[in-house]
Design a protein around this ligand. Structure first.
Ligand SMILES: NC(=O)c1ccc[n+]([C@@H]2O[C@H](COP(=O)([O-])OP(=O)(O)OC[C@H]3O[C@@H](n4cnc5c(N)ncnc54)[C@H](OP(=O)(O)O)[C@@H]3O)[C@@H](O)[C@H]2O)c1
Length: 327
């Protein structure tokens, strides 16, 4: 594989620093690496593969010659700077929510719809809880006709970046609306007029876009919990067919990127403890709803900073690199 010129915008952040870790682990061949953050961080040294890199501010022309630009600096930065990067010739993979629901921009989870990214100059990385949910749903779609989905999330504080972790550790106070050391908080992001939060809408809307099915009926309740890393999502799936658990196990076991952890007798089920630091989506607690033959319940955990953000973006980039090489 040829070596690539890569830029990271938001390199000093939680997702940005994980980009660097994952780039190294995945042995992405790099010719040039440029690291960008806000003016506050300009000149800060970041070590990567035995070399010191210095954080820069975004300036006109700074993306010229860059093949791939990975963005994790928030929506307002992406809205302006991602377009600059594409104009200057880079392929952008953006972690913010700025472009996710733009019908002209693909929203991609490589295990599900990598082909949507081929030929695009700007690709959106989905919301963290959505990424880990659509992988088992995609597998289930191979065997069942899904009509309804209900999400209930248990989301780690790191989903809100370093500020979230500092609040849980007691280093700061007041970042979350209530004391996260003392309570779960049934609010992530702002409330909208319909009573749902923006995070809940992201899960509902993004799932339909990634699975290419606008007819799905989806509801979501998103809750922040006092856990550092890895989100849990409890999913209730209604299908047209009667649920056959053996068939469910078969399709989930065959799904790339998914690990089935489902042996309650031995206390085997997904937790943040297994998921943190890995790029797999862990699925367990499989059971039928006792009231409805066509309803399946499952519980899904994944590392929100890795599979929910940095690793998913780098897997998209790697998929595009492989696709380009094979043409
Ligand atoms: N945490 C997650 O689980 C997660 C998951 C999926 C997506 N995301 C998304 O990823 C993005 C970053 O999240 P995070 O958790 O890494 O946040 P974070 O730890 O707060 O990091 C934010 C990064 O953005 C940089 N930045 C801020 N203003 C900038 C500007 N004007 N120009 C260039 N860089 C700027 C910051 O630089 P300084 O250090 O200089 O301030 C820092 O590098 C957000 O859009 C978030 O929604 C996060």
């Amino acid at each position: 594989m040829r070596a690539y010129n890569i830029a990271i915008v938001g390199a000093t952040g939680l997702v940005g620093s994980t980009f660097l870790k994952v780039l190294e682990e995945y042995q992405i061949p790099i010719q040039q690496l440029k690291l960008f953050a806000s003016e506050r961080s300009v000149g800060k040294a970041i070590r990567f593969q035995e070399t010191e890199y210095y954080v820069e501010a975004v300036t006109p022309g700074c993306f010229k010659g860059i093949d791939y630009a990975l963005f994790s600096a928030g929506g307002s930065v992406s809205k302006v700077v991602a377009l600059q990067a594409t104009k200057e010739g880079a392929v952008v993979i953006d972690n913010s929510s700025a472009f996710r629901m733009d019908p002209n921009i693909p929203l991609v989870v490589p295990e599900v719809n990598l082909e949507d990214a081929f030929g695009a100059s700007l690709i959106a990385n989905p919301n963290c809880s959505t990424i880990q949910s659509v992988i088992p749903l995609f597998a289930l779609k191979q065997a069942f006709t899904i009509t309804d989905i209900e999400y209930n999330t248990y989301q780690a504080v790191s989903g809100a970046g370093y500020k979230g972790i500092h609040d849980l550790e007691g280093k700061t106070k007041g970042f979350f609306p209530y004391d996260i050391q003392a309570t779960a908080i049934p609010q992530i992001d702002v409330f909208l007029e319909d009573g749902y939060t923006k995070e809940e809408h992201k899960m509902m809307d993004e799932t339909k876009k990634i699975l290419h099915d606008s007819t799905l009926r989806i509801s979501a309740t998103c809750v922040r919990v006092p856990v550092r890393y890895s989100h849990g999502v409890s999913i209730r799936v209604t299908c047209k067919e009667t649920i056959d658990l053996a068939r469910v196990r078969k399709v989930l076991s065959a799904q790339v990127g998914l690990v089935l952890l489902d042996n309650p007798d031995d206390l085997v089920y997904p937790t943040s403890i297994q998921a943190t630091g890995t790029d797999f989506v862990y699925v367990g607690r499989l059971r039928k709803d006792l009231n409805y033959d066509n309803v399946l319940l499952l519980y899904v955990v994944a590392d929100n900073i890795r599979k929910g953000a940095a690793s998913n973006a780098i897997q998209i980039m790697k998929g595009l690199m492989n696709h380009d090489q094979s043409r």
